[in-house]
Design a protein around this ligand. Structure first.
Ligand SMILES: Cc1cc2nc3c(=O)[nH]c(=O)nc-3n(C[C@H](O)[C@H](O)[C@H](O)COP(=O)(O)OP(=O)(O)OC[C@H]3O[C@@H](n4cnc5c(N)ncnc54)[C@H](O)[C@@H]3O)c2cc1C
Length: 286
């Protein structure tokens, strides 16, 4: 197996163009597990850890641009202010060791329906920046990035450079069900972001469908019926939970049954909206 070690982004793009079968490796917390278990044996690994810019984040054009190599530990430590939903999700990933190595870019690259970054990226309205040497940059909304189980819109000659996330303008919450509190793959998860200026609520469902997805009908319900000045209407809250559950399409597997996941999504949807709404009303009263 060849080991390619570019030191600049241009070299990395050239290596991917010349060897489309090479597998990028950032933190290695997915790739190395697969290689150790012989799930795959790629002809070459494309090590991105020397491309320093991938580990940087910046505020650019009103958006938070998070390099594909920014580890979860940095998301938790440095981005909890602008990106509270993503930071909450990052806090639940693996263990301190995994959060030091594992990255949001790697989570996107793996495109597992259970990846914890995806629901908050969907709820916030993030856009994934990918690039190839031949065709340049493509900006792919998170909602269009996930195509199937562990399949994304990334082409074989493309690399993920960054993800652009609008900084929070209202409360955001992430909720995850697992069989224990740490080092656990989500049985299912849910993220919610209030966008008070647009009078809109964003959602993201994880591990309860072939891909991470938004609960579009539930979002439309709140856009039409939520009174942003008043306490939450219990009937509206219940319908929101039902529509979020209806957006899920889970399977039975070793981690949980489809029926349990559907139920849990409705509970998490109601809880996260209640938490966010309490914060919203407190902020208005302050
Ligand atoms: C013990 C353990 C616990 C875990 N717990 C969790 C958890 O709680 N929640 C969770 O979501 N995940 C968890 N994971 C999975 C993993 O840590 C995450 O998916 C992490 O985000 C992967 O990031 P990475 O940088 O290590 O990716 P890598 O392993 O380096 O890469 C992952 C995939 O992305 C591709 N890739 C990486 N960078 C790029 C790029 N720039 N462009 C294109 N493709 C790229 C790789 O080719 C590969 O297909 C766990 C893993 C382990 C081993």
């Amino acid at each position: 197996m060849d080991f390619l070690r570019p030191t600049t982004w241009e070299e990395a793009l050239a290596a991917k163009a010349d060897r489309p079968g090479s597998v990028p490796i950032q933190g290695g917390t997915d790739v190395m597990v697969e290689i150790n278990f012989d799930v795959r044996r790629p002809p070459a690994l494309l090590d991105l850890t020397r491309v320093a810019e991938l580990r940087e984040w910046s505020m650019t054009g009103g958006l938070c641009r998070v390099g594909a190599g920014v580890p979860y530990a940095a998301v938790v430590g440095e981005l909890a202010g602008p990106l509270p939903g993503l930071a909450q999700a990052a806090r639940t990933v693996g263990s301190p060791q995994i959060r030091n190595r594992g990255t949001v870019g790697g989570n996107l690259g793996a495109a597992s329906p259970a990846g914890d970054s995806h629901p908050p990226l969907l709820a916030a309205g993030a856009v994934v920046e990918v690039e190839s040497r031949e065709r340049g940059v493509r900006m792919i909304p998170a909602a269009e990035f996930y195509l199937g189980v562990k399949r994304s819109a990334l082409e074989p000659d493309e690399l993920i450079r960054a993800v652009h996330v609008p900084p929070a303008t209202g409360p955001q919450y992430f909720s995850k069900v697992g069989t224990r509190n740490a080092m656990v793959i989500a049985v299912c998860s849910f993220a919610l972001a209030l966008h008070p200026r647009e009078r809109r609520v964003g959602t993201g469902i994880g591990s309860a469908a072939p891909t991470p997805r938004r609960a579009l009908e539930a979002e439309e319900l709140l856009a039409a019926e939520l009174d942003w000045e008043a306490p939450l209407d219990p009937a509206l809250l219940r319908r929101f939970g039902e529509l979020c559950a209806r957006a899920a399409a889970p399977i039975d597997d070793v981690r949980g049954t489809a029926a349990y996941r559907v139920h849990a999504i409705s509970v998490m949807a109601r809880r996260t909206l209640t938490w966010a709404w309490n914060d919203h009303l407190k902020e208005r009263a302050a």
